[in-house]
Every structure is written in structure tokens, then in C-alpha cells.
Design a binder for this molecule. Structure first.
Ligand code: FAD
Length: 415
């Protein structure tokens, strides 16, 4: 549990309003520290969201430090495969983390429903972008961001477990446990990017009773750069192009997950083939992992001298590939806004402006993702026919297709 209560912090400097001062941390970018030398932003979590925020703050000239509980390099162990939007590519390029990722462009997305005629095809050229998205391995993304952070001179400390933060009028005090003992780190703002949402107050949770089975595989004739999104009776399923193979994200009910994981390769691929009604032949399967799925989000992504980012702010179902894309847009806007507050990045006005600026996009991503799950999660043939008709209609209406694609590519700002 994080202790975010607004209590006064026992620091001599609390009552004087400090002036910012510039310090050189070794990189070419000059960064602004608080007047008393404290950190401006302490970032909890060195996953993709925390590292991206650190790089964006660094580019904005704002002093920050990342604290991660795990050992250096652990970020490479993430087995998720992510579809990133064109907008995310632009941000990662600016951060110098794109080139190392070896992303696979998505030229088209084929959307269909098991047991129904309806289908639609979204094409990149219709939307005027080089690709509808890009497929990357989360582990490779984490390494690229960590290397970019190191090159930019962003301090990242590993083996530091943040346990709570005490927030005062002028400072927050982040409490951490390390192998050397406990530490207290004063900062103007604590950005929690710890990858999960703890606590109950102000938090909405919905358990979909589903898990995502993730694996790489080989299939015959996948078509170049085509992603397949299929709404099956058991849950949505995505096949994403990943270099010379494909990445599977298969959503199944909790009760079916263990059985699928236990199947041998041949039986697993046969089951997968049946979901696609025999349309594809799958030939080889990599290691499988399962992730429990649900929706949880904080009503307010900010608190006293506190901001939550990435999965610590909202954890979404992967069906629409929104989680990390939204995290990047959040981090980008936060870093832009905090430039206006060089003396005190954690003051209430800065955080209030941030929350207001992100409301539409954040609610849009949460609602869009949850809506897809509810729409395609309803069993029954009438519902199935209605959805099939909806997909057929979408196929006949280029403007509606572009609307959906823009949502996936850029988020709510292009609605
Ligand atoms: C199956 C699946 C598919 C997905 N597909 C997509 C997709 O296609 N597109 C997309 O945009 N998103 C997708 N997502 C979502 C995406 O994976 C997440 O949004 C993103 O990885 C979250 O990154 P993060 O940095 O917030 O969290 P994490 O990667 O979990 O990182 C959290 C970090 O915080 C550290 N930490 C935790 N607690 C503490 C503590 N107390 N003190 C210090 N450090 C701590 C951990 O060590 C870790 O390094 C998918 C998710 C799943 C499950």
C-alpha cells in the first residue's frame, strides 16, 4: 500500500520556497534541479512506462531518477508482444529508442468473427500513414529504452523497492528498501510506474475472467504485414506479424487457460487452427506464457505530489493494443506540461492541468477497450449476427473504417 496522505515532511527546507538551479549531469542537456538540490521527479518503476517518462523529462530538461525493484536487465524478460501506434513510433524516435527495436510494420488489419460472415479490412494507405502500427517485443523495447536512458545520462537505480511516499506541502518523501537498508528520497513529485494498481480507494476494477496466452509461431501464407484480429466464442485473438514469424495473443476464459497451456504443440496448433475455421496452417510454436486479464484504473491519475503512469494508472485488456500506447501519450503530455513549472514539478496546479489534459484520451482508451470486450464477449447467435452485420457494414463504409483506424493509431486526439 502506498501512503499518499498529505502529511508534513520533516525537512528544514519545507517552509522556504526554493528557486530552481541548473546543474549539468554529464549529458549535453542541462537539467533543472529544485533549489535545495532535491530531485524534481522520483520515478518508481524502470519498466517501459517509467523509462519512457524519464527520457521525456530529461529531454524537457527536468531532473529525474528511476528506482526499480528488479536487477538491471530484467526488463528484457518481458515476453509480451506489443502493437505500437504510429504516434508511439514518433515519440520513441524522438527518444532515440526506435532504431534498436526492429519493429515489424502492420500494413493491414483483418477483423473477423468466428462463425459469422462479417469481416473488415483496415489498410494503412486509407489512413495516409506508412503503417497502421508496428509489432515489437516488449523485452526488446525495454532494453532499447534502458540503453537510451543510459546514453542520455538518466540515473536508474536497481534493487530499490519503493514502499510508500509521504507527501508534504513542498516535498514528497519516497521510502525505499534496498539491500543496504531503508532509504528516504526527497523529491518534488513521485511518479509511480510500478506496472500494477494496488489499493482500493478511487479504483475501478472489472475482472473479465480471462487470460491471454502469448506465444510466437510459424504459419503458412500469413500475407505480408497483415495482422488478424478474430473475435472467437471463447474471446478475442490476435495474430501479429513479427519479422519472419507471427505473434499470438489468444484470450481465453480462466478455466480453459491451464488446459491449453498443457496441450502438446500439435494439439495446441490444431485447436488454434479450428478457431480460424481451418483458414491457416500453423507449423511451429515457441514457448507459451499466460497473463491474467482485467480492467483496473484509477479515477484520478494524480494525487498530492503524486502521478500514476502506465499500468499503475490503468491496466487494460490487450484487445485493442492500447496500454503502452496510452502510457506514452500520458508521459509525453506530462513532460511537456512540467516544463512550465521548473521550480516545483509536483505542485497541485501542474498536476491538475495534467489530469484535465489527459481526461478525454484516457477515458476514450478505457471505454473503447472495455466496449470491445463487452460487445464481443456477449454470447448468443442474435448478438453474433448483429456483430457480423456491424463488421460487414464497416467493410462497406470507408469513413467508419478510417475512424476506427485513427482511434487505434493516434488515440482520442484524432477523433
Ligand atoms: C498479453 C498482453 C498484450 C499486450 N499488448 C499490448 C499492445 O499490443 N499494445 C500496447 O500498447 N500495450 C499492450 N499491452 C500492455 C503493455 O504490456 C503494458 O501497458 C506495459 O508493458 C506496461 O508497462 P509498465 O512500465 O507500466 O509496467 P511494467 O512493464 O510491469 O514495469 C513495472 C516496473 O516497475 C518495477 N516495480 C514494481 N513495483 C516496484 C516497486 N515497489 N518499487 C520499485 N520498482 C517497482 C518492476 O520491477 C518493473 O520493472 C499488453 C499487455 C498484455 C498483458
Amino acid at each position: 500500500m502506498h501512503e499518499h496522505a498529505a502529511q508534513s515532511v520533516n525537512k528544514a527546507s519545507l517552509n522556504s520556497r526554493p528557486h530552481p538551479r541548473e546543474v549539468d549531469r554529464g549529458g549535453s542537456q542541462r537539467v533543472v534541479k529544485a533549489g535545495d538540490g532535491d530531485l524534481q521527479v522520483a520515478i518508481v518503476g524502470g519498466g517501459p512506462a517509467g523509462l519512457a517518462l524519464a527520457l521525456l523529462l530529461r529531454q524537457a530538461g527536468i531532473d529525474c531518477e528511476v528506482f526499480d525493484a528488479r536487477a538491471a536487465g530484467a526488463v528484457s524478460l518481458d515476453r509480451r508482444v506489443l502493437a505500437l501506434s504510429h504516434g508511439s513510433r514518433q515519440i520513441l524516435e524522438r527518444l532515440g529508442a526506435w532504431q534498436a527495436i526492429a519493429a515489424t510494420p502492420i500494413g493491414a488489419i483483418h477483423i473477423s468473427q468466428q462463425g459469422s460472415l462479417g469481416r473488415t479490412l483496415l489498410r494503412a494507405e486509407e489512413c495516409g500513414v506508412p503503417a497502421l502500427g508496428y509489432v515489437v517485443e516488449a523485452g526488446a523495447l525495454g532494453i532499447a529504452l534502458a540503453q537510451a536512458a543510459s546514453a542520455a545520462g538518466v540515473p536508474v537505480r536497481h534493487g530499490v523497492l519503493a514502499t510508500s511516499a509521504q507527501c508534504g506541502a513542498d516535498h514528497a518523501l519516497l521510502r525505499c528498501a534496498t539491500s543496504q537498508g531503508n532509504e528516504e528520497i526527497p523529491a518534488r513529485l513521485v511518479a509511480w510506474a510500478e506496472g500494477a494498481i494496488s489499493g482500493e480507494d478511487g479504483i475501478v476494477r472489472r475482472d473479465y475472467g480471462q487470460q491471454a496466452i502469448v506465444a510466437t509461431l510459424q504459419m503458412r501464407d500469413p500475407g505480408e504485414g497483415i495482422a488478424y484480429e478474430r473475435f472467437a466464442a471463447s474471446g478475442p485473438l490476435a495474430l501479429l506479424p513479427l519479422r519472419d514469424h507471427s505473434a499470438l495473443v489468444w484470450t481465453v476464459p480462466d478455466a480453459e487457460a491451464a488446459g491449453l497451456l498443457a496441450l502438446d504443440e500439435r494439439d495446441f496448433l490444431a485447436r488454434l487452427g479450428s478457431v480460424f475455421s481451418g483458414r491457416f496452417t500453423f507449423t511451429a510454436l515457441g514457448e507459451r506464457s499466460a497473463f491474467p486479464l482485467g480492467l483496473s484504473y484509477r479515477n484520478h491519475p494524480v494525487g498530492d505530489r503524486t502521478v500514476w503512469l502506465g499500468n499503475a494508472s490503468q491496466t487494460l485488456h490487450p484487445v485493442a493494443g492500447q496500454g503502452f500506447n496510452l502510457a506514452l501519450r500520458d508521459a509525453s503530455q506530462l513532460s511537456r506540461l512540467l516544463r512550465d513549472y521548473p521550480a516545483d514539478c509536483g505542485n497541485a496546479e501542474a498536476l491538475g492541468r495534467y489530469a484535465a489534459a489527459r481526461r478525454l484520451d484516457r477515458q476514450g482508451a478505457i471505454g473503447f477497450t472495455d466496449g470491445l470486450i463487452r460487445l464481443f464477449g456477449v454470447r448468443g447467435s442474435m448478438a453474433g449476427h448483429a456483430r457480423g452485420a456491424g463488421l460487414l457494414a464497416l467493410d462497406l463504409l470507408p469513413a467508419a473504417r478510417r475512424f476506427i483506424a485513427q482511434r487505434m493509431i493516434f488515440g482520442a486526439r484524432r477523433w
